[in-house]
Design a binder for this molecule. Sequence first.
Ligand code: AMP
Length: 572
Amino acid sequence: MNAFEALGLNEQLVQSVTELGFETPTLIQEKAIPVLLSGTTDFIGLAQTGTGKTAAFGLPLLQLIEPAQRHPQALIVCPTRELCLQITNDIETFKKHSRNIFTEAVYGGASIMMQIRNLKKGVHIVVATPGRLIDLIERKAIDLQKVKYVVLDEADEMLNMGFRDDIDFVLKNTINRESTWLFSATMPPEVRAISKNYMENPKEVTVGKKNSGNVNIDHQYFVVPAHQRYEALKRLIDFNPGMYAIIFTRTKADAQDIAERLVKEGYEIEALHGDLSQQQRDKVMGRFRSKNLQLLIATDVAARGIDVDAITHVINYELPDDMEVYTHRSGRTGRAGKTGICLSICHSRESFKIKSLERMINAKFNKVDIPSGKDVCRKQFFHFMDKLMQADVSHGDYETYMPDLMTKFAEVSKEEVLQRVAALEFSHFLKYYENAEDLNRADIRGDRRQPGREDMSGSRNERTNFNRRDNGYTRLFVNLGIKDGFYKASFLQFILDESNLKKEVLGKIDMRDMNSWVEIDKDAAGKMINALDGKRYNNRTIRMNEADGGFKRPSDEGRERKRTYAPKERRF
Ligand code: AMP
């Protein structure tokens, strides 16, 4: 017997789940379905998203509906529009073989008239967000008199979002309900109060430990000085080229700002925050859901109800203040039996938070080093080479060109071709990372710092690191910059032509409006200074000398590097 059939589900529903590829019921399904099928037992399911809870209530609900009676028999209330659409969508798939059951999603931000029209046609299941539901009740556009089953999904989130009165109102207005099913990731006293006030002898089922994080999640954290967070984030993104991730920030200003900086640097990322219109939000979510966008940066509020499978990583740009928020964030990954990784960027003073988190979710957090520039390069390099090997050449008319290509490359070895492909693809990238700072080294000092002196000592470290760097380069200051009509390539050409040196002697070049810094091989520095210092350029005397220790990288002043690395292909 099929395992879903054994739980009491009818043939049509079993057929649907089989087609969905569900082989065995998840724990919450196993525990909830037989109870809920009775139709008269109140139920509390302590389960996070990703545990299969939508099917746990959706399948029994569909079986209990009486199609002949065209009025709302079941009401599912959930916190956000996204979740509302997701639940509706899931129910539509579950009811593929169950005829004549109609569902309507009602949520804010969409035409209420359209929703009213659809409700009038006679629907059996209404999936609603609280605000819109109340609106419809007040307009008498929805009749809750004959609702038998009320499902509160993500009850803790709804209360967090201030929907307490709305939930009270709904429960008071569904006087003929035969059972109430409440699902929640956590059980704060407010949720407990709802169950006390409106439920009778509920059967309570907990999947995993209360407040526990998903066991499929690998929790890792990185300790960096606060001012290096952005650099650290970039490293983590670059080190995981296939990642499909949500990055969480505390404020929408951060989400917006980081997204803008990353986009300027060539990354494909979008921010999701409260200032977006519903249309913009849908567009962003559409791209993310379809995996046309691999990276999403969001605030906790904006990310509520985002229900996307297969997210490989959750990144905490900062640890949240509220430890429960961590559980919600990390629960976006490691779903449906898959494993996931939750990365948290912290500074040394946040270590105590890690300890409390470990206690709270009863899981070990692994301290991991921010990958070095070399590690990142290697990872990206092989990722690209893997893609090269997997490229689909079956659909192009490549054979036509092969004879000419073979002639052209007759004298070139395979090794050389590979090197050239790599150089084409990676020169920017390698250049950016070849002298990249060790972000962890600064942390070791940071750990010994006095509390409260983080930022000051952080920037001092930065300079110390710079002075101490012994990568064979020295830095030259030159009083030429963007305002002199240069851009990087033309500037590079100019200094090389003047000094008669080769490009290989140069490292990073940082250009500003009025002046620039040039990293140059120590042995070649003298020659370059001799060639340029004192020369005239556009009626100005060029001044070039070794930079003093007070040099600051542009990022220290909040400036962006210009397209230091532009990942060309960030899609799967
Ligand atoms: P949920 O917790 O309802 O958001 O479900 C998370 C994901 O698990 C969804 O993509 C479901 O399609 C999937 N899922 C639910 N039940 C099962 C099952 N029994 N076997 C495999 N996948 C499932």
